[in-house]
Design a protein around this ligand. Structure first.
Ligand code: SDX
Length: 374
């Protein structure tokens, strides 16, 4: 037993996993052995969700069954809709996201049944209903009526439909699908490790996903995509980008959307997402954000040798798609539910209570003195 402290568990291997890995030989993130770039170009998000949850890519019959179950679970209860209508409009959508998953746990008779079959039923409910509930708050907050999900639409088409009442052109839907594939899973990141830690006490999956959402909200993690957009709104134009960055670095400010605990020479997901960020910029005839991002990236690499992470291209892409900035991380949630769920299943299957040690540096032993003598 070592008492050397590794703050933030830096470099510490705490368990094994079969779900994903950044493979050095191809310098890419892989899900169940498949490179994410190939999955983005050749598969739908539904296929990748199946892969992450079940371990293999589905054949036609398996995919149709999976999509049918997801579509049949999309509706939220009247009770949930009423709760969403009464949530304060100023509530942060990430706080709403963790609340709706908690409410689902209150409504589900299976909540305390941790058997593999019950867990998969619950996973499909969380996977299918969370987008519906998030879209409901997106509408309610704008004083608009909730739009019910449509079974005939794909996962991504349906999210646009429930938010905006219409489906964008297929290239935009594809870019959104790619962002969900890239966001879906990333081994023992802090929100996934939170989910595994909660699971390790044999608590239930609703509790584990609620905790994971709470962790993802933080700006050092999933909340960064929202902060990237806030940064770009401050910069406004490409000719202000370089001076803004230098000023920020001189103030020792963290630049959101850059750096990563695992990737130290570039996040393997970024080139693919940048490609779709550019595509969406061209389709929307607005390359301002893309030009700003190119300057910031160039300067960060030149001055700090720090590379962008996935949140950097994804934030402005969601802005161009029409989503409110504080809804960017909830979109990360609806993708990452797949990865979190796969890790929760893996933790249950080979569980050991997660309980690290700490090095005490407080007071020596001392006697209690009664209040009237203190
Ligand atoms: C995600 O883990 C995952 O896989 C996460 C994720 C996933 O898919 O689940 O990939 C998603 O969370 C991506 C990260 C999103 N967060 C941000 O973009 C926030 C900005 N990034 C930084 O806060 C930082 O890079 C972290 C937190 C992401 C990683 O930091 P580490 O590994 O703890 O390293 P560190 O903070 O100790 O930084 C090392 C050095 C420091 O300089 P010194 O103090 O040694 O002089 O690099 C500097 C840092 O100041 N640095 C930055 C920086 N990131 C690191 N300086 C300015 N801006 C940055 N973004």
């Amino acid at each position: 037993m070592t008492d050397e402290i590794k703050k933030g568990l830096l470099g510490i291997v705490v368990d094994e996993t079969t779900i994903s890995q950044v493979m050095p030989e191809i310098n890419s993130l892989t899900y169940r052995g498949y490179a994410v770039q190939d999955l983005c170009e050749m598969c739908s998000f539904e296929e990748v969700a199946y892969l992450i949850l079940n371990g293999n890519l589905p054949n036609g019959i398996q995919l149709n069954k999976f999509k049918k179950e997801e579509k049949e679970n999309r509706n939220i209860t009247t009770n949930m809709r009423e709760i969403i209508k009464h949530i304060p409009k100023k509530a942060h959508p990430m706080d709403v996201s963790r609340t709706i998953v908690s409410v689902m746990g209150l409504e589900d008779k299976d909540t305390s049944d941790n058997s593999p079959k019950a867990n998969m039923r619950k996973i499909m409910k969380i996977f299918a209903k969370t987008p519906t509930a998030i879209a409901a708050f997106f509408r309610i907050r704008k004083g608009k009526k909730i739009i019910k999900p449509k079974k005939e639409l794909s996962f991504s088409e349906n999210f646009f439909y429930m938010c905006f009442g219409k489906i964008p052109q297929k290239e935009i839907v594809k870019a959104f699908d790619v962002s969900l594939i890239l966001y879906a899973e990333h081994s023992f990141n802090v929100s996934t490790f939170t989910a595994r830690t909660i699971t390790s006490s044999l608590s239930d999956i609703y509790s584990a996903i609620t905790g994971a959402i709470a962790s993802l909200k933080g700006p050092l993690h999933g909340g960064a995509n929202e902060e990237v957009m806030n940064m770009m709104k401050k910069i406004k134009t490409p000719n202000k980008a370089k001076s803004w960055l230098i000023d920020n670095l001189n103030k020792k400010q963290v630049v959101m959307g850059f750096g990563h605990r695992v990737y130290k020479s570039g996040d393997s997901r970024v080139p693919t997402m940048k490609k779709y960020f550019l595509k969406v910029s061209k389709l929307k005839k607005d390359k301002n954000l893309y030009k700003i991002s190119e300057i910031i990236e160039k300067e960060m690499i030149e001055k700090k040798n720090i590379h962008p992470n996935l949140d950097f291209p994804t934030g402005p892409t969601y802005h161009l798609m029409g989503f409110d900035t504080d809804f960017f991380t909830p979109i990360f949630v609806i993708a990452r539910i797949t990865g979190w769920s796969a890790h929760i299943i893996e933790q249950y299957a080979s569980n050991k209570l997660i309980r690290p040690l700490s090095k005490y540096k407080g007071s020596d032993h001392r006697k209690v003195v009664l209040l009237n003598q203190r």
